[in-house]
Write a protein that binds this ligand. Structure first.
Ligand code: KG4
Ligand code: ZN
Length: 368
């Protein structure tokens, strides 16, 4: 069904459903014909408590929790928006990438709503939703450079247009949020570990241990975090029973290494962007790690050096939410990009897998 022109030039109302990881979320978003967006409702229920005892997300528990609460959350989102199902222009669900059990729950619910109310279905790539969020919260034209760092992803992406993405860099091992979580676990800090490590690092000495700066100076824009994590594990083992100050110092040194590596990787990423697509309109950061104040500071410096603007959507829209799925659905709907009822849930789904080369970018390699 792709390619239908459905945008009637008026405002569109899209329900978005997110269940790819440990947040169950639904939202209703309005898109006007001038391309601006408005969030009418945005309900997120985090499963942190269900997973805390395990120190990480347990897929089976996540899927079951989504099943239990999703209908109620969709209902709340619709009621809070003051919108009936018949008024929806489309229903969008994150169809991946993510934990397959949860993805199935969200996508199946969206299909049921679409079928019952005869509304178009849009199967959204979760990463695309992160990528397009700054166009919901403000006016931002293409192309721009996205730094996405969450529990599952660490990527630098050239956002050329809706459905047109080029991955410029990615992690070769752990995702950045995952590394923060694992470090926290090693040091006995609670889950989710990112905010805990950041808090502990504030009172630590970032120069006490000489941790590696992964990938520093490399010509590509990839990340690697597992070597740094191992260096921390070895240092912690060498110290023996850890005093509170040891934990603070280990966190500070880990974070300092992540910051330096991130700044270096992003400056390479922005250079690659420039070579291929010209000046980006902005550097956009998204994902849970973008909540880290120290990382925000480092991104500010990188953006200033690259003579571009840093945009970080509000924290609630950086982490997983339904509004970003609804918005990506609305942006796709405006281009007539709707999906058939047999759209498949996908555990893996590369952002640039189905993209086609846009006109006007001569440097673009074929096949991105
Ligand atoms: O985007 P997100 O809410 O969910 C997905 O993973 O999709 O990101 C969660 C990740 C977790 O790994 C968490 O530890 C990390 O983001 N995180 C942080 C901070 N806040 C959340 N990492 C470092 N510093 C933080 N302040
Ligand atoms: Zn996410």
């Amino acid at each position: 069904m792709q390619g239908l022109k459905l945008d009637n030039g008026k405002r569109t109302l899209v329900l978005g459903i997110e269940t790819t990881c440990d947040e169950t979320a639904a939202a209703v978003v309005e898109r006007s014909s001038d391309g601006s967006g408005r969030i009418l409702s945005d309900i997120v229920r985090s499963q942190t408590q269900e997973h805390a005892a395990y120190g990480g997300v347990v897929p089976e528990i996540a899927a079951r929790a989504h099943v239990e609460v999703l209908d109620g959350i969709v209902d709340s989102a619709m009621r809070q928006a003051g919108v009936g199902f018949a008024q929806l222009s489309a229903v969008a669900a994150a169809a991946g990438p993510g934990l397959i059990g949860g993805v199935i729950v969200g996508l199946t619910t969206a299909k049921a709503i679409a079928m019952v109310h005869n509304t178009p279905l849009i199967a959204v790539n979760h990463l695309e939703a992160h990528a397009l969020t700054p166009r919901l919260t403000g006016t931002l034209a293409f192309p721009y450079c996205l730094f996405l760092a969450s529990g599952g992803h660490t990527q630098i992406v050239a956002v050329i247009g809706v459905g047109k993405y080029v991955r410029l860099g990615t992690t070769v091992d752990d995702a950045m949020g995952e590394a923060f979580d694992k470090v926290a676990k090693m040091l006995g800090l609670p889950y989710p570990g990112g905010p805990e490590v950041e808090r502990a690092a504030r009172d630590g000495d970032p120069a006490r241990f000489a941790f590696p700066r992964p990938m520093l100076g490399r010509a590509d824009a990839n990340f690697s975090l597992s070597g740094l994590k191992t260096a921390l594990r070895n240092e912690a083992a060498r110290l023996g029973p850890l005093e509170p100050q040891d934990i603070r110092d280990l966190c500070a040194c880990f974070q300092a290494a992540v910051l330096e590596s991130t700044a270096d990787r992003l400056s390479v990423g922005l250079r690659l962007f420039h070579e291929r697509f010209g000046a980006p309109r902005a550097l956009v950061a998204a994902g849970g790690v973008a909540a880290n104040q120290a990382i925000r500071g480092a991104l500010q410096d990188v953006a200033a050096k690259a003579q571009t603007t840093l945009i970080i959507p509000p924290p609630a829209l950086c982490t997983d939410n339904g509004a970003m799925i609804a918005w990506a659905g609305a942006e796709r709907l405006a281009l007539g990009l709707i999906d058939a009822m047999d759209a498949a849930p996908r555990a893996r789904w590369l952002l640039d897998a189905n993209a086609t080369a846009p006109a006007g970018f001569a440097n673009t390699r074929a096949g991105f």
